[in-house]
Design a protein around this ligand. Structure first.
Ligand code: AMP
Ligand code: GLY
Length: 411
């Protein structure tokens, strides 16, 4: 069959890499893709809903897999379904779980799922008055803000500044509504689930490292590396998360007439009172997916097709034993202003159980690979345990030529 992956990051390279191994996949397209997906790339932007729909229709694509949040919130899945095409990813109404944090809170509350207590404000004066008394408090922009819309405010002064920053106009419509949330503590874990609108099939849990520097210091980034599964995660925690958070949320979305199909990604905090939902994403994580695709033993395509068709019953996901680690190699300066067009040299042969996923790369004249983004490569390895996976991933970074590469040593 013909499969189209939408997106341009490391996540999409990892999905394409796994899909290409499926005997079910006869032809693969990635729109627009990156240097790692060269050969599959189609020059259509990931947010060009009309052009993507036209392409899928004209080429009779059998399955479209949507990577990033933007096309989901723009309604790409709905546009494709309206043409009778199969899609992995939620429609616009269900993607609101990621697109609006206030909506996600409303669904969590209606579902009776554990989460931080929260107040929602559209009036800046009311938000300021509440936030300064509530500190320490977490101030969040309601809408999509490319990972920059959450401010943990320790003091009343920081809380005031956070409300002013978000509501002051810099965030546009995404900041017109703010949330002031109870400050929770504990380890953070992400649980991604394949969903068919009714049931959820959990993936291996993953732990992102969002801060730029070792020891969780420095500014937030898109994600500097992932461990899967993290040492704190247990089968009991998985069962509790599915029972108290994932299934009730899926049931509530169904009740609202917006059943969720695709990947539901729950950001959790493991508090002393059990797992609580911090946020949802309506898609695969980046770089979580890079580690997860190395661990998935099963063919990914039947899982994606079952979700798209709304029936996961009879489909299983088998995972390889052990653990996987993804180390993100970024351009010097990232997450601030960073250098571009840095020449990259990759090893010709990769050791077993490893992969180098491209995030921001491009070929020049077909023979020179250059950096073309902040996060450039996701160096990923599997091992018998986390320590083995980590050692293998870091050994692989040593064989990559990437002048000035910045990466964390403590994933
Ligand atoms: P989010 O995008 O909502 O997951 O928030 C980004 C980050 O902010 C999370 O990964 C947490 O580190 C932190 N965070 C979000 N909500 C809370 C909360 N209620 N209490 C403490 N930290 C939080
Ligand atoms: N790694 C976090 C995300 O994909 O949003």
């Amino acid at each position: 069959m013909k499969i189209l992956v939408v997106g341009a990051g490391g996540r999409e390279h990892a999905l394409a890499w796994k899909i290409a191994q499926s005997p079910l996949c006869r032809q693969l397209f990635v729109a627009p893709g990156n240097g790692g997906t060269e050969g599959w790339n189609v020059p259509i932007a990931a947010n060009d809903v009309a052009a993507l729909t036209r392409f899928a229709k004209e080429r009779r694509v059998d399955l479209t897999v949507i990577g990033p949040e933007e096309p989901l919130t723009l309604g790409l899945a709905d546009a494709l379904r309206a043409e009778g095409l199969a899609v992995f990813g939620p429609g616009q109404a269900a993607a609101r779980l990621e697109g609006s944090k206030a909506f996600a809170k409303e669904v969590l509350a209606a579902a009776g799922a554990p989460t931080a207590r929260c107040r929602v404000f559209t009036d800046q004066a009311a938000a300021l008055a509440y936030a300064e008394k509530a500190a320490p408090v977490v101030i969040k922009a309601d809408g999509l803000a490319a990972g920059k819309g959450v401010i943990v405010a320790a003091t009343a002064e920081e809380a005031r500044r956070a409300v002013r920053d978000i509501m002051g106009g810099g965030f546009g419509a995404a900041g017109a509504t703010v949330l002031a949330e109870e400050y929770l503590t504990g380890p953070e874990v992400s649980l991604l689930c394949f969903c068919d609108g009714e049931t959820a099939l959990p993936m291996v849990a993953a732990q992102d490292h969002k801060r730029a520097f070792d020891g969780d210091k420095g500014p937030n980034t898109g994600g500097m590396g992932v461990c899967a599964p993290p040492p704190v995660w247990t089968p009991a925690l998985e069962a509790e998360t599915l029972e108290r958070i994932i299934r009730p949320v899926l049931a509530e979305m169904r009740r609202r007439g917006a059943p969720f199909t695709g990947t539901l990604f729950a950001g959790l905090m493991l508090t002393a009172d059990g797992p609580k939902a911090l946020e949802f994403n309506a898609r695969f994580g980046d770089p979580e997916t890079q580690a997860l695709m190395l661990l998935l033993e099963s063919d990914l395509v039947p899982l994606l097709l079952a979700c798209a068709a709304g029936d996961l019953s009879g489909t299983r996901a088998v995972w390889r034993p052990g653990a996987a680690v993804c180390v993100v190699m970024a351009a010097p300066g990232y997450p601030g202003a960073y250098e571009k067009n840095i020449p990259l040299t990759l090893p010709r042969e990769l050791p077993e159980d490893t992969a180098i996923f491209h995030a921001g790369t491009a070929w020049r004249d077909d023979d020179a690979l250059l950096s073309a983004g902040g996060r450039v490569l996701g160096v990923t390895a599997r091992g018998g345990d986390l320590a083995a996976a980590r050692a293998r991933a870091y050994a692989l970074t040593e064989s990559i030529g990437f002048p000035g590469a910045r990466y964390r040593r403590d994933i």
